[in-house]
Design a protein around this ligand. Structure first.
Ligand code: CA
Ligand code: CA
Length: 301
């Protein structure tokens, strides 16, 4: 069955307390119509950043109640397709991004999207559509859709393209999935704080794994699993990504912590997701040669 969530059905926080109007069952295809991270408020380069309503930024379409999902399970979100519009927007403002101390003026730039390419002035960039926000209700409290954590959220990982699969830990009945923040293209780091922000549609297929879940969101792409860690700074995020990768290698290869620690130096790639959100993001990429999904998803103790 295909369920469609309209673009005006949005949340600005992830919470167990939200009521879901839409439901799906594992195996379903779900279309999330999404509005860009600026709430679709920037329509041309004359729109100034101080004219927009900041309560309407980072909308995520949802929540969706997934039948059968219970705390301790894993929700698998397979991205089937990302449909983008013919234009995107990027912004900079003082105090934001990797260089917040620079005295810059706020600036809005519209980018033309032509098929598989994005035009920045006359610079051609290959479009690589991805989703910034994919998350479920967190274990505790209410988290803004602009931040990330164990529940996913604003992960801003360039790997979240069509064909990738996200494994999210379920903390509440129905999981309460929400998706938003399409980027037509984003490089690792998302240096200036924004990417090529666009509205569009994200088409996903949902699956459940019962009774096991990952400690952090995990993204499966061609030949690897990426552990999506987060932290108040990159050191903390890198620590968590490394620690989780070592623990997974221990289980996968039945070796001591010391040996798994050594191996991680040889086979695990640490990469930066973004340095600009409230929680900075680092991922540990582990090739499938060394681990299976069963070593990543564990039973609740
Ligand atoms: Ca964004
Ligand atoms: Ca984002």
């Amino acid at each position: 069955m295909i369920t469609r969530l309209p673009r005006d059905y949005v949340i600005y926080s992830f919470s167990k307390l939200h009521q879901a109007k839409y439901t799906a069952v594992p195996g379903d295809i779900v279309v999330f119509e999404t509005v860009d991270a600026l709430g679709g408020q920037i329509v041309d380069e004359a729109t100034t950043l101080d004219s927009i309503d900041w309560n309407r930024v980072n909308p995520a379409t949802g929540p969706l109640y997934v039948e059968g999902a219970k705390p301790g399970d894993t929700l698998i979100v397979e991205i089937e397709d990302i449909r983008i519009s013919d234009r995107a927007v990027i912004v900079v403002a003082p105090g934001f991004g990797a260089l917040p101390d620079r005295k810059i003026k706020p600036m809005v730039k519209m980018l033309k999207v032509e098929g598989r390419r994005v035009l920045f002035n006359d610079v051609e960039i290959e479009a690589r559509p991805m989703v910034g926000v994919i998350g479920v209700a967190p274990e505790d409290g209410e988290l803004p859709t602009g931040t990330s954590g164990h529940h996913g959220g604003n992960m801003d990982v360039a790997l979240l393209t069509a064909g990738s699969r996200v494994y999210l830990p379920v903390f509440t009945e129905g999981a309460l999935l929400a998706i938003g923040d399409i980027h037509v293209v984003q490089a690792d780091g998302e240096i200036c704080v924004a990417a090529a922000e666009a509205s569009g549609e994200v088409i996903v297929k949902l699956e459940l794994v019962k009774g096991k879940r990952p400690r952090y969101p995990v993204i499966e792409t061609g030949d690897r699993y990426s552990i999506i860690a987060f932290g108040r700074d990159l050191d903390e995020a890198a620590y968590r990504a490394s620690e989780e990768a070592v623990l997974i290698l221990m289980r996968a290869l039945s070796v001591s912590f010391e040996e798994a620690y050594m191996l991680s130096s040889l086979v695990v790639d640490l990469r930066i997701n973004q340095v600009v959100d409230p929680m900075k993001g680092v991922r540990a990429e582990i090739p499938k040669n060394y681990v299976k999904l069963e070593h990543i998803l564990t039973q609740l103790s």
